[in-house]
Design a protein around this ligand. Structure first.
Ligand code: SF4
Ligand code: SF4
Length: 404
């Protein structure tokens, strides 16, 4: 087994400083994770700051874990920049609000003052990658060029389009917020879009990946699901092995997570969790949560072979698990964010008698299903979780049965 693909899995029950310190230190030590850090180096931590939610919502990388990682890096004489591009505007004013909401502002003060800063460089650069499968030319957040090495620090969550959001998917935050929907439009098929994620990981090549799986998100992830305690911290130098272990912990496999599937097709990642060397004080069987609720599994089941019967079976399963975005009018505040984000221009804001009193505009989104490409950007970027994933009733029943 490739030593670089070793995954550290350590139990951690809370975000209390002493517990986080013990778990993170152990996980990093087990894979000799920080030997690359040298005095004078500038290390970039690409956190998951998808939107401005407080740490207790389990949407963003928790600040206590980031604090401890910053301490370990700065003790070695390096400095740290923490950054991400949330959904929405990639501007100082907007991202500053996300930093505040996610509880990161304190990281620049106290003992870390002068050694750690939250990214304030909102320059956008153009990238070219002839080796990419999907993303041969793209724009990206320029702060990543400022740093000598990148660490991806993600959160373990479900994801309506990709199945799971973790180490690999986290790198989509290298694309500026308002450009992300364009890329959904360029690559509307899950397979091609998953290749975008893998392309980004292979282009930026983070030297280390860490996962905050103390509290994760199940159900309507990556922003509107429910917090679920998982109780682990994981680290690896390779994102695909790491995501394979995370997927296995929440009851998924290679066919449930498109990024794992394409990584394996490209010879970059394992085919199953048995191919991964796991080290640490927490066993995979203890870490598993078999009833972890999925966002969707419609893309997960295919029948091999080109027989007519298998084609019919695949179509039937796709129909059963078909999902689409659907607004819950009582929760919608009429902010228009979904309308502004939708890459397919499938959303119109319409007056509605169903609009709740808290909706000051009395307008709610209406989705033109013939235009919708099911990218779920509207769900991801809705600030109040009003955009839900709607299942076909047959799929709902099958989902319940499969969670048993
Ligand atoms: S309506 Fe939502 S899921 Fe459909 S294309 Fe627009 S943003 Fe994507
Ligand atoms: S569904 Fe969400 S994003 Fe869209 S208008 Fe309502 S609150 Fe805003």
């Amino acid at each position: 087994m490739d030593e670089q693909s070793r995954v550290a899995l350590v139990g951690c029950d809370s975000y209390e400083y002493e517990e986080v310190k013990k778990a993170l230190d152990e996980s990093l030590m087990l894979i000799d994770a920080l030997s690359f850090v040298k005095p004078g180096m500038k290390v970039g931590i690409k956190a998951n700051l998808v939107s401005g939610h407080s740490p207790d919502k389990a949407v963003t990388t928790h600040p206590m874990l980031l604090r401890r990682l910053c301490e370990l890096i700065t003790e070695k004489g390096a400095t740290v920049v923490i950054g991400d591009s949330p959904g929405g505007l990639y501007t100082a004013a907007y991202v500053q609000g996300v930093y505040r909401a996610a509880g990161l502002s304190d990281l620049e003060s106290g003992e870390l003052s002068g050694k750690v800063r939250l990214n304030q460089n909102f320059e956008v650069k153009e990238g070219k990658d002839p080796d990419a499968v999907s993303l041969k030319s793209f724009v990206y957040t320029g702060w990543l060029d400022e740093v000598d090495a990148i660490i991806g620090f993600s959160k373990l969550k479900t994801h309506a389009m990709m199945g799971m959001s973790c180490a690999v998917k986290n790198m989509f935050g290298c694309i500026p917020g308002t450009t992300k929907p364009e890329y959904h439009m360029r690559f509307p098929q899950e397979h091609a879009f998953a290749n975008v994620m893998v392309d980004l990981n292979e282009f930026f090549k983070p030297v280390l990946y860490v996962v905050d799986a103390i509290d994760g998100m199940e159900g309507n992830g990556p922003t509107a699901g429910e917090k679920r305690h998982i109780g682990a911290v994981l680290a690896s130098k390779r994102p695909y092995a790491l995501d394979m272990v995370c997927a296995s912990m929440i009851g998924m496999g290679i066919n449930d997570v498109q990024t794992l599937l394409v990584a394996n097709e490209r010879g970059l990642g394992p085919a199953n969790v048995d191919e991964v060397q796991i080290v640490g004080s927490y066993s995979l069987s203890d870490a598993r949560i078999p009833d972890f609720k999925r966002a969707t599994i419609h893309q997960s089941i295919t029948f091999e072979g080109g027989t007519l019967f298998n084609t019919i079976k695949s179509k039937a399963v796709k129909f059963a698990y078909a999902t689409r975005p659907q607004v819950r009018s009582a929760e919608c505040i009429g902010c228009r964010k979904c309308f502004e984000t939708c890459p397919a221009k499938a959303i119109t804001m319409v007056s509605s008698r169903k609009a709740a009193p808290k909706n000051k505009t009395s307008r709610i989104p209406e989705i033109d299903r013939s235009k919708c490409i099911k990218c779920f950007c509207c769900q991801e970027f809705c600030p109040v979780g009003a955009m839900k994933v709607h299942y076909n009733p047959v799929g709902k029943v099958l989902n319940k049965l499969s969670a048993r």
